[in-house]
Ligand binder design. Structure first.
Ligand code: FAD
Ligand code: SF4
Length: 518
């Protein structure tokens, strides 16, 4: 029985369930570049290049194996520019008795897929995505009986399940978590490792040219485009990370430095999320480095925790709680996203640097996302849906299942603490401790009055006051509220007036730093 195997842009793994039992004699693979998916939000140009170039290379690999691939390019005549339209057109070209697809990474697409069988009038098999450690049912069974969820306990279950860094039934080194040894600022003279970047081949260059023509007004730099777009390239990136950057991963995980967006981070999320690497092989490679004495336990445990802990945990929450999850807004945040998130024109150097890194590479590391662009959005009360759309657009690794819970839950606390036990709110003092940004800023992180008062610090105290009703009973917020209550009333009133003035100016001007030399 001939089947049409529909492979989406984040299913680029030869082991993806939709391809697992393919019969090259009779089956056909359908892949389609469609405008409706590339304009859900105005994606960063490098994200578009990455996905289309990776799809084209993947299709070529299948053809080399003798598999028939029907590949629709963005500019092909007749392209309906949407997934359903391309599936319908393909069914007119090929005589097949069923469609096979792996579940997508977005609720929106899942809902659409659930209707395909009725709409198309032939069997549509939607298979689970087994590239993850934890299935949907397994996560639900873990989460549902619990009053509150903590990633740390979920992570321990995943360690036990995978056997990663386990010495029998005990965690390697006698502890589950070595974070106490991590999160140092970068010493001034420290030289981070140079990272492997990739030259585009002619196929990738053709995609770059196409994106230049079609999406010139989208956010971000198109070139240099330096991401790998094949499995071989992704494996090289993994090896290089393990050799050069993994040993310092834990220690400098939270550090930030001007002009150094990569530091000791993996740069592996785009490859993991589209299927060029698997979570299992990445974690096993890190574990091997530990047992061979090439990387310390604090680094390897910290890295593995991000993947089998956080990555699996946010995915579990997404599929458990959608579609209602995205609608909550516990802090009632509703301010428009400031234009500087797109232009990078702001007087706040921390934001300017994080947005510049994002524009240049379609990448910023976790702490830039959480504690700079995320922290500002939380403190300024940006409408969750607007800041979510920004993250989905600008990061090369952003897919709904992973972007949404990170922004909605971890950054915006819009779910009231389902995902994270407290809001990650911080004043300028945190950014000053973990980066060199404040040294080159017109503001001063500890200053709360006068011209040099740091907007992040002002907004931090204002945020605590404005959200007291919701947050003060949270046990993890006791310390910030104790500090707030120690503050002199007149000083606090002045901080609040300044914070309000800042927010009003932000709403009134398109670019907060229009009058600033850039
Ligand atoms: P490393 O720092 O080297 O971490 C190793 C791996 O751990 C990553 O490749 C990633 O697969 C995984 N990981 C780490 N933290 C998380 C997390 N919180 N959630 C899921 N996976 C995690 N990650 C995405 O893959 N896509 C997103 O759209 C995305 N959006 C985010 C938005 C916000 C506001 C925040 C705070 C985090 C977001 N993350 C997202 C998580 C994390 O920031 C990125 O996975 C990481 O920066 C990717 O770079 P890296 O490969 O160098 O990561
Ligand atoms: Fe950001 Fe404030 Fe530091 Fe400036 S002083 S970089 S605004 S935290």
């Amino acid at each position: 029985m001939a089947k049409l195997r529909f492979i989406l842009g984040d299913h680029l793994s030869r082991r993806v369930t939709a391809l697992q039992d393919i019969d090259p004699q009779s089956d056909i693979v359908l892949m389609a570049e469609v405008g409706s998916e590339s304009s859900v939000v105005g994606f960063h140009k490098q994200k578009l290049v990455f996905i289309y170039a990776a799809m084209r290379h993947f299709a070529q690999g299948l053809r080399e194996e003798g598999i028939k691939v029907d590949y629709i390019k963005l500019d092909d005549s007749g392209n309906s520019q949407n997934l359903e339209g391309e599936l319908e057109r393909a069914l007119m070209r090929h005589h097949v008795e069923a469609v096979v697809v792996t579940e997508p990474g977005a609720w929106r697409v899942r809902e659409m897929m659930d209707n395909w069988q009725t709409r198309l009038g032939l069997p549509v098999e939607i298979r689970d995505d087994d590239r993850f450690v934890c299935g949907h049912g397994e996560f639900r069974a873990w989460a549902e009986p619990r009053k509150s969820l903590r990633m740390e306990f979920f992570y321990r279950e995943m360690r036990r399940k995978t056997g990663l860094l386990m010495a029998g039934t005990e965690p390697e080194g006698g502890q589950w978590n070595f974070d106490a040894e991590n999160r140092e600022p970068l010493p001034a003279e420290y030289v981070p490792p140079r990272r492997l970047r990739f030259e585009p081949d002619s196929e990738t260059q053709a995609v770059i040219d196409q994106v230049r023509k079609r999406y010139s007004s989208n956010f971000g730099d198109l070139e240099p485009f330096e991401w790998a777009v094949t499995r071989d390239g992704a494996l090289q990136a993994l090896d290089h990370f393990i050799e050069t950057a993994l040993p310092g991963f834990g220690t400098f995980q939270d550090a930030m430095r001007t002009g150094e967006p990569f530091l000791h981070h993996g740069l592996l999320s785009p490859y993991l999320n589209v299927g060029l690497l698997t979570a299992d092989e990445v974690c096993r490679a890190a574990e091997r480095a530990y047992y061979q004495g090439d990387a310390p336990l604090n680094a390897v445990e910290g890295f593995i925790r991000q993947i089998i802990g956080w990555r699996e945990y946010v995915r579990g929450i997404y599929w458990w709680k959608m579609p209602d999850y995205s609608k909550s807004n516990v802090l009632g945040a509703g301010r428009d996203l400031p234009w500087f998130y797109w232009s990078g024109k702001t007087t706040m150097n921390c934001l300017k640097q994080a947005i510049a890194d994002t524009a240049r590479h379609a990448y910023a590391h976790h702490i830039q996302r959480l504690m700079v662009t995320g922290n500002f959005a939380l403190l300024a009360g940006i409408a969750p849906a607007q800041i979510e759309a920004w993250y989905l657009a600008v990061y090369i690794d952003a897919f709904d299942w992973v972007e949404l819970p990170n922004v909605h839950g971890m950054v915006m606390f819009a779910d009231g603490g389902l995902l994270a036990s407290k809001p990650y709110a911080a004043s300028g003092a945190y950014i000053n401790r973990m980066s060199d940004y404040c040294g080159n800023c017109r503001y001063s992180p500890k200053t709360r009055d006068g011209e040099k008062a740091c907007p992040i610090t002002l907004l931090y105290w204002n945020f605590l006051v404005e959200n007291r009703h919701t947050l003060q009973s949270n046990p993890r917020m006791k310390m910030p509220y104790r500090n707030l209550d120690r503050m002199d009333a007149a000083a606090l009133a002045n901080i609040r007036a300044r914070a309000q003035g800042f927010l009003e100016r932000l709403s009134a001007t398109k670019d907060e730093a229009d009058d600033e030399p850039q």
